[in-house]
Design a protein around this ligand. Structure first.
Ligand SMILES: Nc1ncnc2c1ncn2[C@@H]1O[C@H](COP(=O)(O)OP(=O)(O)OP(=O)(O)O)[C@@H](O)[C@H]1O
Ligand SMILES: O=P(O)(O)O[C@@H]1[C@H](O)[C@H](O)[C@@H](OP(=O)(O)O)[C@H](OP(=O)(O)O)[C@H]1O
Length: 606
């Protein structure tokens, strides 16, 4: 894994070589990390088990089981053995912790960077404080042990390495650390450790492009690059989902960058950096981020796989899709597995092998409820308090008087309201969540409705990078063609399914995947779905192609916007979108165009 690293030469005193020392330190650390892994996995397992009883949708802004959070966890617990669990450690707390609202979480991180005190403010202050106090104690003790173990060796290695490193390549943050690397006082060492934690977080969260300020930290430039680009060999051995499943995989970035990054790898020799990288890289290969959907529905699988809670409807669809032309857009299906008495579907992990995945989940279709839910609402509707609460939080006037009185709504009413207040009913898709490369997850798109708002979100997601937008466009074009050939698509009402957009600059990949077939059902053989006409109860149309057309046209709008041809006025943008739509959907029927015109006119474009 580290063969390309420059390790120190053997010294003259005949002592064992520094390379061996580093090797031995690495092994020690590896062993420790494995112990921690086991501990974390157990905690996570218990947490997931506990969360199974109820499985609310993910509502907070942070990813579940996010590998981007792992470096932080590793740093917090790096030197803690499984047997040293605090008494008040609860498995569930780990899950909660990783689901903390991003804003609060970032604040907590900043606070942690400066001091580890109990009783801080913030959403999870009590929990964080307990953990912090405990972790600070553990860290302190283990630092002592580590110091004993490494003293005398580390300093030499580090000094030599730092001296040989080209200082011009260092940013001020690294130089600061360089001058501060004195092991003489406890304070100096503590400060140093904190800086490393900070650097790791920044780097691990893809903090290459100046997002550091958000965390009140200076990104470690070389370190960040190394993290982003080293271990290419190890990660390439795990299958890249893009290459594996898709012949159309889009390589959107230039080769030149790769060369520059390799140079950086050679330059980076700090043993500390090296060891930390090892931890981080180990975790990064099993990256998993759940952007949307129900909490507790997923588990980590074998390398390159995720496990999704078994659902017969979805399972049947996935099996059928494996032999359909659409298979290239669907994660590979590997059958079932049972864990702790629960059945799971084994799916290809679409993030496997990626280094800084940027993800967007778009729920497709002009409605997200099945026709049978209407029937159910008429006959035996259950009243949902949770949905009432979600509803009034956004719009206290949305429930009817009767619903206010009973403080509950039917699921159908809630779903219809969600569809009408987002872009689902008008554009035929809605954004469920976006994770940018710095690891920040945004799920607050429930009111993102107009084309202008959605275009803004697309620009945010792609960071206004035309090559990425174009890669997505070409992928959507292939999808559109493939859908025409798909027997599966012709014969299924596709409700609540998502397109997962994923790009990853370090590996030059961008791709789009069809996921979530839990509410995709076959229609009787005498029903011929078009997928591009408005829905009326009974026709079972889902408007999937309307959503696809909207997405395509809005990607075009986004590209024009970047190229300075953005159309500013309400009217012109409306016209533009309709004309884009016609241009890109020549086969579309009049009803669809009318539908789009209607929805365009009713949208607020400002
Ligand atoms: N095969 C996969 N590889 C990587 N990530 C995935 C995969 N499948 C799902 N995800 C992640 O999990 C999230 C939720 O997936 P999915 O929509 O299938 O879950 P769900 O619980 O059925 O959702 P819903 O509640 O909308 O029905 C996605 O947004 C994506 O981030
Ligand atoms: O996105 P929101 O506003 O959180 O609302 C959820 C969303 O509409 C899901 O699609 C739906 O699950 P299904 O599609 O599986 O029905 C879930 O219903 P649920 O709470 O009954 O699971 C809703 O709570």
């Amino acid at each position: 894994m580290s063969t390309s690293m420059d390790m120190p030469e053997e010294d003259e005193s005949g002592q064992s070589s520094k390379a061996e020392n580093v090797e031995s330190m690495r092994n020690q650390l590896k062993a420790e990390v494995e112990t921690i892994d086991e501990f974390e996995n157990n905690c996570m397992k218990e947490a997931l088990l506990a969360s199974r009883k109820s499985k609310p949708k993910l509502v907070s802004a942070q990813a579940v089981l996010s590998s981007r959070l792992e470096p932080e966890i590793i740093q917090k617990e790096l030197f803690v053995s499984a047997s040293e669990k605090p008494e008040d450690w609860e498995p569930n707390s780990m899950l909660n912790w990783s689901e903390t609202n991003t804003g609060a979480k970032e604040k907590d991180r900043e606070n942690e960077n400066t001091k580890h005190t109990a009783g801080k403010g913030g959403l999870f202050s009590g929990e964080m404080s307990r953990k912090n106090t405990w972790l600070a104690g553990q860290r302190e003790r283990l630092r002592g042990k580590r110091r004993e173990r490494l003293e005398g060796r580390a300093e030499n290695i580090e000094e030599e390495d730092d001296n040989t490193a080209n200082e011009k390549e260092m940013n001020p943050g690294i130089r600061l650390r360089h001058t501060q690397r004195q092991w003489s006082s406890k304070e100096a060492q503590d400060e140093e450790s904190e800086k490393d934690v900070t650097g790791l977080r920044g780097a691990a969260q893809g903090n290459i492009d100046g997002d550091a300020e958000m965390r009140g930290t200076i990104p470690h430039r070389i370190f960040s690059k190394v993290l982003a680009n080293s271990f290419a060999s190890s990660s390439s051995s795990s299958s890249s989902s893009f290459n594996y499943s898709s012949a159309e995989s889009d390589e959107v970035f230039s080769e030149g960058e790769e060369m520059a990054k390799r140079k950086d790898v050679r330059r980076c020799r700090s043993w500390r950096t090296f060891l930390t990288m090892m931890q981080w890289s180990k975790r990064r290969q099993s990256s998993w981020i759940q952007l949307a959907g129900h909490q507790g529905n997923f588990q980590l699988g074998e390398s390159g796989e995720v496990l999704k809670r078994f659902n017969e409807v979805e399972d049947t669809c996935l099996q059928a899709l494996m032999s359909d032309p659409l298979h290239q857009f669907v994660p590979r299906y590997h059958g079932h597995i049972s864990r702790n008495g629960e059945n799971y579907i084994r799916l290809e992990d679409l993030l496997s092998g990626l280094k800084q995945p940027v993800i967007m989940d778009c729920k497709m279709g002009i409605r997200t409820y099945q026709e049978e839910e209407i029937v159910k609402a008429r006959t035996k509707a259950s009243i949902r308090r949770d949905m009432y609460q979600k509803m009034v939080k956004v719009d206290p006037t949305a429930p009817t008087e009767e619903e206010h009185a009973r403080r509950g709504v039917t699921k159908l009413h809630y779903m219809q309201w969600r569809d009408s207040t987002s872009s689902t009913a008008t554009l035929g898709f809605r954004i469920e969540g976006i994770m940018t490369e710095n690891g920040i997850v945004q799920r607050d798109f429930s009111q993102t409705q107009s084309k202008a708002q959605v275009t803004e979100a697309l620009l945010l997601f792609t960071k206004r990078q035309v090559d990425i937008l174009e890669a997505y466009l070409s992928r959507l074009d292939v999808l559109k063609e493939t859908l025409k050939e798909s027997a599966f698509f012709r014969s299924h009402e596709v409700i609540g399914s998502s397109l997962l957009f994923v790009h990853d600059r370090p590996t030059n990949k961008a791709n789009i995947w069809m996921i979530d077939f839990g509410k995709t059902t076959p229609v009787p053989s005498n029903v011929h779905l078009k997928h591009d006409i408005p829905w009326v109860e009974g026709n079972r149309e889902d408007g999937y192609l309307l959503g696809l057309a909207s997405l395509i046209s809005l990607l075009h709008v986004a590209i024009r916007e970047i190229r300075g041809q953005g159309l500013k006025t309400h009217h012109s943008l409306t016209e533009h979108i309709v004309s884009e739509f016609n241009q890109h959907q020549p086969g579309i029927n009049e009803a669809t165009t009318d539908f789009l015109k209607e929805t365009t006119v009713t949208n607020n474009m400002d």
